[in-house]
Design a protein around this ligand. Structure first.
Ligand code: ATP
Ligand code: LTN
Length: 328
């Protein structure tokens, strides 16, 4: 029996190279080894206000992009979260079993709430319970995510332990996070002290997977560095460190090899070569994306069929939990 992998991605804004190196690339690379379920988390997306028409089209486009990036429908199931109502139903139960204090510790909520002030929704606050529901519904073993999701996974594990101690060890399966060695935390090109993020709209912040080559080269050329010269993986110099890490993520070369390659060269050379590596790395994805999205109805029906395929797994887990809790 293969281990079950589950992960999610939000259909909001532009998918960027941080999402690619931190999550999507590892989903694709380990597909053959596992039994994979990948979820476009549209219920998570509405924790901030979304344009209804855009949300639907972005869900479809993200499906196209994930297939273009190499998600293989023969090896992995890709579906939209809102197509399976068990996610919302289990999330409610998990909300009720989550101590308030655990949620109040979540740094992602605190950061996003700071930006949105009093407009911030209750849904954004309880977001981690929905994420925990996503994971446990499929008896997941492994959750491949970027570094920013580590705290949400620790919460999920604490919650599984709490639920199992209340209702019995066979209630929920304990998941394990899988965070890549390289690319787990790609930083903003304009500000290498902040993580590259979909919800940041500054023009030179992120390289998006569908950016044309010219735009990619320009954004990388404008990336923030420092006033020093030598090109080394030095975490104390976040701008250069970030560019080198992106280079490593796309080429798969060791740090030593990359440092010796750039010995004696300047930041101009680093940016030019990195730009070329990223353009080349994204080219096949962009070509396939254009082919796949030519027929939007086909993507919609594939998502619907996939949800039909795995709904019974989610419903079985929900029923198990409902019975333990005394519902239904
Ligand atoms: P936002 O910043 O608006 O919350 P996001 O860019 O984090 O959005 P998600 O859809 O929430 O996008 O994330 C999808 C996956 O990409 C997650 O596994 C997440 O950990 C990973 N990821 C997101 N940003 C980065 C980043 N800067 N570096 C590495 N991985 C990332
Ligand atoms: N919260 C995650 C997306 C997400 C997810 C999940 C990831 C929702 N449900 C389940 C892994 C497993 C994010 O914002 N990146």
């Amino acid at each position: 029996m293969k281990k079950r992998v589950f992960s999610g991605i939000q259909p909001t804004g532009n998918t960027h190279i941080g999402n690619y190196l931190g999550a999507i690339k590892q989903w694709v690379a380990s597909q053959a080894e596992y039994d994979n379920i990948f979820c476009i988390v549209d219920l998570h997306a509405i924790t901030v206000l979304q344009d209804p028409k855009l949300l639907k089209s972005q869900t479809r486009e993200l499906a196209g992009l994930l297939f273009a990036a190499g998600i293989d429908p023969e090896q992995s199931v890709l579906f939209a979260q809102s197509h399976i109502s068990a996610h919302a139903e289990l999330a409610w139960i998990l909300n009720c079993l989550s101590p308030m204090g655990w949620m109040q510790r979540m740094t992602q909520f605190k950061e996003k709430a700071d930006k949105q002030k009093e407009q911030v929704s209750v849904g954004l606050f309880t977001y981690p319970a929905l994420m925990a529901a996503d994971i446990v519904l499929y008896d997941t073993d492994l959750v491949p995510v970027g570094e920013d999701q580590k705290q949400h996974l620790e919460y999920t594990r604490d919650l599984v332990q709490r639920v199992n101690s209340l209702y019995g060890d066979d209630t929920l399966k304990m998941p394990t996070p899988s965070i890549p060695q390289v690319g787990a935390r790609v930083m903003g090109l304009d500000d290498p002290t902040k993580k590259m993020s979909k919800s940041e709209d500054k023009p030179n912040h992120a390289v998006n997977l569908l950016d044309p080559p010219k735009v990619i080269l320009k954004k990388i050329k404008r990336a923030t560095t420092d006033s020093l010269r030598d090109i080394r993986f030095d975490p104390e110099r976040p701008g250069v460190y970030n560019l080198l890490s992106i280079y490593q993520g796309f080429t798969g070369q060791s740090q030593a090899k990359i440092e010796s390659h750039f010995e004696g060269k300047g930041y101009g050379d680093l940016k030019k070569e990195l730009g070329e590596v990223v353009v080349e790395g994204l080219k096949p994805i962009q070509t396939r994306y254009a082919e796949l999205t030519a027929d939007p109805a086909c993507l919609d029906s594939l998502l619907a069929q996939n949800a039909d395929k795995i709904r019974p797994i989610a419903e079985r887990t929900l029923k198990r939990v409902q019975e333990k809790v005394g519902l239904g």
